[in-house]
Design a protein. Structure first.
Length: 204
């Protein structure tokens, strides 16, 4: 073999050895996009605007900051104040999209149902007078019930807990009126998506 042919053979061999390395480099490059919004940067307006909340609740709402801390990986709750001619109502919407969120929601649904049953039993023998406040309002608890929100949901009589149907999260809507509570929960479930969910960005 001539010297020229030997050099050419070495060059071809070197080129052949470089190809696997190029494939390995390509494999380390990120593929696809991430979903979710960092909980510390997430804002309520990504899912529900104040105008949308006010339309559901029946009047302009004012959003107020929460003074309570939240667990790591959970966004701050969305707190709203509704000033009605006869009363001031407070409403809260919050989401949990941590990796154990669905299991947590299922546990909460069971606990809320049990607590509601205990509450109903405790007031079963109470008279109407005993359940009526000074303003003449009867505060009899309502029975917990499954409602159609997301994959599954429970209205405990004070709040609705629902497992979302597309984002890996559960949501909670608390407020004094059951009909508007259900409407707001359905709106929150419809607006929540993997792209707008308050969670550490992850692969789909």
């Amino acid at each position: 073999m001539s010297r020229a042919l030997a050099v050419a053979a070495l060059l071809l061999a070197a080129c052949g050895e470089a190809k696997p390395k190029a494939k390995a480099d390509e494999a380390t490059e990120p593929t696809g996009r991430l979903i979710g919004v960092d909980p510390e940067r997430w804002g309520c307006e990504l899912v529900l605007t104040q105008a949308q909340v006010g339309e559901v609740l029946g009047g302009p709402v004012r959003q107020v900051d929460s003074t309570l801390g939240v667990p790591v990986g959970v966004a701050k709750p969305c707190n709203y104040v509704l000033n009605l001619p006869t009363a001031v109502e407070t409403w809260t919407v919050d989401f949990d999209c941590r990796t154990n969120a669905i299991a947590t929601a299922d546990t909460m649904i069971q606990q809320y149902a049990a607590q509601n049953a205990q509450l109903l039993a405790a007031v079963a023998d109470a008279s109407v007078e005993e359940l009526t406040d000074d303003a003449g309002v009867v505060h009899a608890p309502s029975a917990a019930a499954q409602v159609e929100v997301g994959k599954r949901a429970l209205d405990s009589g004070q709040a609705i807990v629902f497992v979302d149907d597309d984002a890996p999260c559960y949501g909670r809507v608390a407020g004094p009126d059951p009909a508007r509570r259900l409407t707001l929960a359905r709106l929150a479930a419809a607006k929540l998506s993997p792209a707008t969910a308050p969670m550490t960005p992850r692969a789909p």
